[in-house]
Design a binder for this molecule. Sequence first.
Ligand code: ADP
Ligand code: MG
Length: 256
Amino acid sequence: MSTEPQTGGRVADGSPVVRLANVNKHYGPLHVLKDINLEVAKGEVVVVLGPSGSGKSTLCRAINRLETIDSGEIYIDGKKLPAEGKELARLRADVGMVFQSFNLFAHKSILDNVTLGPIKVKGLPKDEARKQALVLLERVGVANQKDKLPAQLSGGQQQRVAIARALAMAPKVMLFDEPTSALDPEMINEVLDTMITLAKEGMTMIVVTHEMGFARKAADRVVFMDAGQIVEQAAPETFFTNPRSDRARDFLSKLI
Ligand code: ADP
Ligand code: MG
């Protein structure tokens, strides 16, 4: 029998991939992240839920240091995220991010979108980056689009390219901030399926989404945020059937 701590049904192997300790963030007078403590174990899939404006995007952006924080610490794979410098760039490469708006380079081909980071940031030789990109594009089902420009692809395809692009940096954790919110309904599932496959392959993931089906199916743990705080966290079946806080009950009652 393993004596390792269990997290969301999966065995954690040592230190968490992501750890936030007493993280606070203000926008002027607005306290958007209030003393956030969160640990995400290797291979764990954490779904972050909460009403609009509760701080979910700010949380993601803080983990990727797209936003500074006012106090507290963020650790990626045991290493503290510094405020700036080379070490920050290195640690940031360990954190893949997929946004609601696909954020692809509009004037670069699909293939170039995926190879650019590995070539520029990781110094990967061009042909190696290309080989790797083709494998990733194949994995997300858009390899046949490799020579097109982003605008020539559907939203669902573009978002899958964005996932491939993030994976090309071999991140230790993938952050998804409402990755399907900008998609037409018929394209949501192709992106969610890609994410579910990624989760099954053992990727550590933090996913902000309103897709409760995904949360039920893929999450090891649901983190519920409201007004800058983590109000409660639980396994999805527990959270959805038996939310403890009034705020979570209220949030769930408003979902269709
Ligand atoms: P969520 O993703 O849960 O909808 P956000 O993290 O985007 O929430 O926003 C949390 C709060 O911070 C909201 O009240 C939002 O208006 C505010 N906010 C977000 N970004 C900024 C910013 N750059 N400047 C000022 N206020 C911001
Ligand atoms: Mg948001």
